[in-house]
Design a protein around this ligand. Structure first.
Ligand code: KOT
Length: 803
């Protein structure tokens, strides 16, 4: 109860800091609440663990090199069913919970969609009472913080642990050794079995930090285990100099800041093996406590490989089965296949991981031997199956002096899935077609999902309360119940209430924009939002070109009617991705020009919010009117911000790409704005090689005028950047068909403006979007993973509440 909470809170504050509420800083209050929560869910955590152990339940382990949870306090409070009590209790003490969560650091151990998906899944797995755990890296520094200086992106370190982390528990007793480098050869042991003998290995210690993943009001607390590197005591004498120590500690120091891009650096490869080896060792060690025979491990363990970064799970698991458990190759391979499953998240060529043989051999000699043998057997087996030998060349793991990680992941997994219907189809028919012909039964689709608890219940409380009053509260447990809202699509009172909630969120965002960027925007304008990593294929440039067109229209005809719009961007560029940084500079300079031009009369505003992250998304998304999902068809595997924006009542403008297609299917053609060429047309262009960007430039005076603005000084301070953009389109033939889609994009935008002017119509479309967003609940997605891939079951005895 509230009274109990107040008593406990004061007591804890006094124990921890010898202070009263009046004297404590927000950080002290935050730490006090965090520690109180931690003690409270720890018993559930222990109980969950005991239940899994006693029932010997099969558990899934989600291996991901990225997790992107954002802040945890509010979502933990919600899931513990403490939120209201704590808010009221704190209020009674004169404290606003929002002031406490303000001091929490975003946990940003991921780049974007892939890491955020992993964290939505963690929430959903626990909330569905499923036995599933995360396994990853505890980066000392998360994704860089973004600043703009003169319109350029500048990166600052994200020292997120500097203020402590109330949610994690260091588990020294669960540390394991992970070995790198050295030489290995095989020797026969007493039983005639070949065993590896190692020389000159580097031994590192992997120390786990566990964070409870709290289920939604079900007393289940699963685990996200993140590994940190240390120098083992036994090796202390080896690393004397600061520099030597630094090299070791670098291993888990920073997250690589590249999204959908593979960088072939040794430290990255070492990171991959480090968390894979530590995770698998700890799983096998736990398995032994069950006292079941090792060849049945697949009945108790499922390991999921989130994109190829953890693909070394396959040879590492083989290594342990062979070298430590004494299995034969055939036995080891049989269990490995049954344990492993793999999700592909992208078809972008530059994201495909390939490691030079020499690098792998040098860093991980035994693992390389095993990969070689997997490859050899794959070739041997496939030769018997196929007539056309060229397929072997295209599918084997080791080729052209490189180790192809996707091939390894596919060959070693019983399940391979894409993340949206179109994406999974393209995997089968184009990208992984050869593998599909070899292993058709392994391929399946699991469309991504989102944690509605964070993205609606927590992020959008005004909307949540309208929903409660309109359709009751069952949607909070079962997002598919949002469908009931469809009964109110012609109810003006409900539509008005929804509009009032949106208005409140827009005012909230407008205040943030004022505070952080000192730009005044009117909540009466259309809030048009594109939030995602900056990448050429996502086509922020198409958005910018449309904005420039609007600006030029206003300049040419200052008194014409133009419905006010605020274009809102949030995007980080990988520090080494020059073109993406160029686009950022161009958007910022255009913003500067447009926002300060008196002719515009505030009808057009451009806001590029700095340092886009999970917490910022929680403020932007509820305030969005328009959701920009404008990637070139076939390039965005799924997208998940498209789902979050829809859930919050934004109307989508989209290409037929990724999950946009499923959004269209859910809301109907008339409640989404589709434009642009289809994935088929894209492939036809590739096939025929007939795309000519310059012809659009020559034919279309609007395009010409817009592109000239990049190079003729219309937009100031982008001499080199404007030229670079211009050249990317005209000289290098516009890799992502921006000019091809421009006209249809402009038309779709005009339709949006017309529709927005018809308030009632817009509100109805917005309602239909909210009502149909339940199908994208990550709860449903993880249940499908649990049933089809992992074969795990929810805990039966749910909530044996302890005192
Ligand atoms: C690839 C390499 C390094 C870091 C990240 C990636 C990556 C990210 N690959 N795909 N993604 C995104 O994953 C999301 C979750 O499935 C998708 O919604 C999105 O379309 C991918 O671009």
């Amino acid at each position: 109860t509230k009274e109990q909470f107040i008593t406990q809170f004061k007591k804890r504050l006094s124990e921890k800091y010898a202070m009263g509420v009046e004297d404590a800083s927000p950080t002290e209050l935050y730490n006090t609440l965090g520690s109180l929560m931690h003690s409270a869910y720890s018993s559930d955590r222990h109980h969950t663990w005991r239940q899994y152990l006693l029932n010997k339940q099969k558990q899934a382990y989600y291996f991901s090199i990225e997790f992107l949870p954002g802040k945890l306090m509010a979502s933990n409070l919600l899931n513990m069913d403490w939120l209201e009590t704590v808010e009221e209790g704190l209020a009674e003490l004169g404290i606003d919970l929002a002031d406490l969560t303000e001091v929490e650091q975003d946990m940003a151990l991921g780049n974007g969609g892939l890491g955020r998906l992993a964290s939505c899944f963690m929430d959903s797995i626990a909330s569905c009472g499923l036995p599933g755990n995360g396994n990853g890296i505890r980066y000392e520094y998360g994704l860089f913080k973004q600043k703009f200086i003169d319109g350029h992106q500048v990166e600052l370190p994200d020292d997120w642990l500097s203020t402590g982390n109330v949610w994690e528990v260091r588990k020294d007793s669960k540390a394991v050794d992970v070995c790198f480098y050295g030489q290995v050869h095989l020797e026969e042991d007493a039983n005639g079995k070949l065993k590896p003998v190692y020389k000159n290995q580097q031994v590192l210690r992997a120390v786990p930090y566990d964070t409870g993943m709290i289920g939604y009001k079900n007393n289940i607390v699963n685990n996200m285990r993140l590994w940190s590197v240390e120098i083992p005591n036994s090796e202390e004498s080896k690393y004397r100099s600061l520099e030597e120590r630094r090299t070791i500690e670098d291993l888990t120091a920073v997250l690589y800041p590249d999204d959908s891009n593979a960088k072939g650096q040794m430290t990255r490869l070492a990171q991959e093996y480090f968390f894979v080896s530590a995770g698998i060792q700890s799983i096998v060690r736990y398995y032994h406590t069950l006292k079941e025979p090792i060849h049945r491990i697949h009945e108790y363990v499922a390991i999921h490989i989130n994109d190829t970064h953890p693909a070394l799970c396959i040879p590492e698991f083989m290594r342990i089965m062979l070298d430590e458990e004494g299995m034969s190759w055939e036995e080891a391979w049989a269990v490995t296949l049954k344990v492993m499953s793999y999700t592909n998240h992208t078809i972008m060529a530059e994201a495909m991981e390939k490691w030079p043989i020499d690098m792998l051999k040098q860093l991980l000699p035994r693992i390389y031997q095993i990969i070689e043998e997997i490859d050899r057997r794959f070739v041997e087996e496939t030769e018997l199956k196929v007539h056309d030998r060229s397929i072997i060349d295209r599918t084997r793991i080791i080729n052209h002096n490189q180790v192809h990680m996707a091939h390894l992941a596919i060959i070693g997994s019983h399940s391979i899935n894409g993340v949206a219907k179109l994406h999974s189809e393209l995997l089968k028919t184009v990208v992984l077609h050869d593998f599909y012909s070899l292993y058709p039964a392994r391929f399946n689709n699991k469309t991504n999902g989102i944690a509605e608890r964070r993205w609606l219940q927590l992020a959008n409380r005004p909307l949540s309360s309208v929903l409660d009053k309109t359709i009751g509260t069952s949607w909070r447990d079962n997002p598919e119940d949002l469908q009931q809202l469809l009964n109110y699509q012609d109810d003006q009172k409900v539509l008005n209430a929804l509009a009032a909630a949106k208005r409140q969120n827009k005012e909230n965002l407008a205040a943030l924009i004022k505070k952080t960027q000192d730009i005044t925007v009117s909540p009466d304008a259309i809030f048009d939002v594109q939030i995602k990593r900056l990448h050429a294929y996502k086509r922020q440039l198409l958005n910018l070109m449309h904005i420039i067109k609007c600006y030029q229209d206003i300049k040419n005809n200052p008194d014409s009617e133009f419905y006010p719009r605020v274009f809102i961007f949030g995007a980080k560029a990988a520090p080494s991705y020059a073109y993406a940084k160029t686009i950022i500079k161009c958007i910022n300079e255009t913003a500067n020009l447009v926002n300060n031009d008196p002719d515009v009369k505030d009808r057009l505003k451009i806001v590029f919010l700095e340092n886009y992250n999970v917490s910022l998304a929680e403020v932007i998304i509820p305030a969005a009117d328009v959701s920009e999902q404008i990637s070139l068809a076939s390039k965005e595997a799924s997208g998940t911000s498209n789902m979050k924006l829809m859930l919050n009542g934004a109307v989508t403008i989209a290409t037929l790409d990724g999950a946009n297609i499923e959004i269209r299917d859910a809301v109907g053609e008339e409640n989404i704005n589709i434009f642009g060429i289809t994935e088929q047309e894209v492939y036809d262009y590739y096939e025929s090689n007939t795309y000519s960007a310059v012809s659009y430039f020559e034919k279309d005076p609007v395009i010409r005028r817009v592109l000239e603005a990049f190079i003729d000084g219309t937009i100031p301070n982008i001499q080199s950047e404007g030229r670079e953009v211009f050249d990317s389109l005209i000289r290098y033939n516009d890799e992502f068909f921006v000019l091809r889609d421009f006209e249809s994009y402009v038309k779709a935008q005009e339709k949006i403006t017309e529709c927005y002017k018809d308030k009632r119509k817009w509100q109805k479309i917005s309602l239909i979007n909210i009502a149909n967003a339940g199908v994208f609940s990550a709860d449903e997605t993880v249940k499908r993973y649990a049933d089809d891939i992992w074969q795990i079951e929810p805990v039966t005895e749910y909530s044996s509440k302890k005192g």
